[in-house]
Write a protein that binds this ligand. Structure first.
Ligand code: SF4
Length: 629
């Protein structure tokens, strides 16, 4: 058996109430490594085209990788994969904490949740003791209440619990799973998949271990890897400030999404910056499994309308989504919004963006109080914003429409509101802007799950990354690669980083050791993976690159079966037709077409359709995928 794997997929069928343990197909290891890759293969084969994401035919996959739960730094992450309720296409959501490691300690590489229970239940995995248990008393509870109740029922505070809240129960399309109170598998609506199956939570406790192939050599390399993380100056900054450092960076380059991405400059940015927040509100730092950085922050609001709020976060994306993007220069509001999103189980980015869509539609006169049920909307109205967020979580009044996400809400409202729905393929755009940052424009447009800021290099053309860019792509290309306002070479940066991030997401390790800052890259994985697994195949960067290309292309074919093609690799008009009105990027718009041409060429996808060519399918050994409709 290769090291790092248990070679066991645990399946729970909710319809007939059974568990089954299936051997992990050996060829999957060589072809996909783990995590995202295994999930892509399984979802492609088992969830057919046209499946309703909220039907019993959809499946929810919880994936780990070969080094999950080992000594390698930041290796406790896991991924939830399903057909996404928010977008109707490929869905995935990665999350930190300890859940992934716990599943490995229980003896499983993956969990697949299938079918639908007739009554509310929770899935209890305690090593080989597997139960589907009644959750009638948990239904309706917030995620933190349900988590505590399950730990209490089991007399074990060390259970890892992934719970949905009232939003997931009510099938809010951007509902999330919250792991042990605060870590969110936020994007694409994985919580609604679980809610549609009448599952309140997945609870996991394991007492085993993960055996690697060459324990001594792997341990030595892991120790060095920890030192590299601890000694990296940017990683140390990340440990102190978390992603809050981004507020000042984004403001400086004119890319802090403000008033629903209408501009990238926010007057009140300082009150949303790490310098302001940490000394006033941070109580303590927190870390995920195997991490010495501890980028997560627990914060407390001592006074004001949200006084007494004690919660982890929010990260930069939450500061943007409930701060600058809604015209709110108040950290307490963003923490309160984060707490509601955590407790109801909602993605903070999509929730904030959908409220921003509603406010802009209202302020510009496209909708009125007849549409909102009497709710008056305005930029910067923090108390009304919090009320509206709770209405979404409960699907109450106007919140019921907004719970569908901005794309569907705009389709139903009509009257020109579509131009205020800032999404790609149905997923709301995160805290970046292609006008001031071309590589993210291309990344948002082409990523499999919609406007995704996590699947390719979002920072190469930003401040401070010149040395990295020169090393990766050569000094001759450097001036254009780091120029945020040119389309040239951006596809090169996006494709190469997307490949490296694919391997990151198959292992699975934290974003902040591979992407920002990029401490580990393909060469490091090629050195480490053979020690962990014994698979010599992984020792060559070209083999890892091919695995990544296969994975990106398989997700593309998954989406193509759902009707996605080149026309969907697009950005909202806001980024391609409305020039940035102010700041360093004043006057900029994105010209997507040349970047798409370069991207398709590098990926081996057809320039007209955006779909993989026959030669690419053959080169990546994906011919089998043709047999699945
Ligand atoms: S850097 Fe932050 S998100 Fe990553 S593993 Fe550490 S604490 Fe978790």
């Amino acid at each position: 058996m290769p090291g790092g794997y248990h070679e066991r997929i645990l399946r729970v069928n909710l319809t007939d109430g059974t568990f089954k343990i299936q051997p992990l197909p050996k060829e999957w290891i060589k072809d996909y490594i783990g995590g995202d890759g295994f999930g892509a293969r399984l979802l492609f084969e088992e969830v057919r085209a046209g499946t309703d994401p909220l039907s019993s035919s959809n499946k929810l996959i919880l994936g780990t990788g070969p080094i999950t739960g080992t000594l390698w730094p930041m290796s406790g992450r896991t991924v939830f994969i399903s057909k996404a309720p928010l977008t109707g296409i490929w869905g995935e959501s990665h999350v930190g904490g300890f859940l992934g490691a716990e599943l490995k300690f229980a003896g499983y590489d993956m969990l697949v949740v299938e079918g639908k229970s007739e009554r509310p239940v929770f899935i209890d995995i305690h090593d080989s003791d597997l139960q589907i248990r009644d959750a009638g008393d948990l239904w309706g509870l917030t995620t933190n209440e349900a988590t505590e109740a399950i730990k209490k029922k089991n007399h074990d505070p060390d259970y890892q619990v992934a719970a949905i809240g009232p939003a997931g129960e009510r099938l809010v399309r951007f509902s999330s799973l919250i792991i042990n109170h605060a870590r969110a598998a936020g994007r694409t609506g994985m919580g609604a998949v679980l809610g549609s199956k009448n599952v309140k939570a997945i609870a996991v406790r394991g007492h085993g271990a993960v055996e690697v192939h060459d324990r001594e050599a792997f341990t030595e390399l892991a120790k060095k890897a920890h030192s590299r993380v601890r000694e990296n100056p940017q990683a140390r900054e990340m440990g102190k400030w978390g992603t809050w450092v981004l507020t000042a960076v984004k403001q400086e380059i004119g890319e802090l999404p403000t008033l629903n991405h209408q501009t990238g400059v926010f007057e009140g940015w300082e009150k949303l910056s790490g310098d302001y927040i940490r000394p006033r509100f941070t109580v303590t730092d927190r870390a995920c499994f195997g991490c010495s950085l501890g980028c997560k922050k627990m914060n407390y609001i001592p006074d004001g309308p949200f006084s007494g709020t004690l919660e982890e976060g929010p990260e930069y994306e939450g500061l943007m989504a409930f701060g600058s993007s809604l015209g709110i220069d108040d950290y307490a509001t963003t923490l309160k919004a984060n707490q509601i999103c955590n407790r109801y189980g909602m993605d903070i980015i999509s929730a904030g963006a959908t409220i921003g869509f509603a406010i802009e539609s209202y302020v510009k006169g496209a909708i009125g109080v007849d549409d909102t049920g009497g709710v008056e909307l305005a930029w910067g109205d923090n108390e009304q914003t919090i009320k509206l967020l709770e209405m979404i979580g409960k699907r109450d009044g106007f919140g019921d429409l907004l719970a569908e996400g901005s794309r569907i809400a705009a389709e139903r409202l009509g009257r020109g509101t579509e131009k205020f729905a800032i999404h790609v393929k149905g997923m709301e755009v995160s805290g970046q802007d292609g006008r001031t940052h071309r590589s993210i424009g291309l990344g948002h447009a082409t990523a499999a799950r919609g406007a995704d800021h996590l699947r390719s290099l979002v920072v190469v053309d930003q401040l401070g990354y010149e040395d990295v860019a020169a090393k990766r792509w050569g000094a001759d290309k450097l001036p254009e690669i780091i120029d945020p306002y040119t389309e040239k070479y951006k596809a090169t940066a996006v494709v190469e980083s997307e490949n490296a991030y694919c391997i990151r997401d198959t292992l699975i390790v934290c974003w902040y050791s591979v992407s920002w800052p990029p401490i580990f890259w393909m060469e490091d994985f090629a050195e480490m993976l053979p020690l962990a697994t014994g698979e010599k195949h992984f020792s060559k960067v070209e083999n890892l690159t091919r695995i990544a290309e296969r994975q990106v292309t398989l997700k593309r074919i998954f989406n193509a079966r759902e009707g996605i093609g080149k026309a969907d690799d697009n950005l909202p008009d806001r980024f391609t037709k409305e020039p940035m009105p102010e700041g360093p990027g004043k006057g900029q718009v994105v010209d997507l077409e040349p970047m798409l041409r370069d991207y398709y060429t590098l990926r081996g996808w057809d320039l007209e359709t955006g779909l993989p060519t026959d030669a690419t399918i053959k080169r990546l050994d994906l011919g089998w995928a043709r047999d699945f409709s």
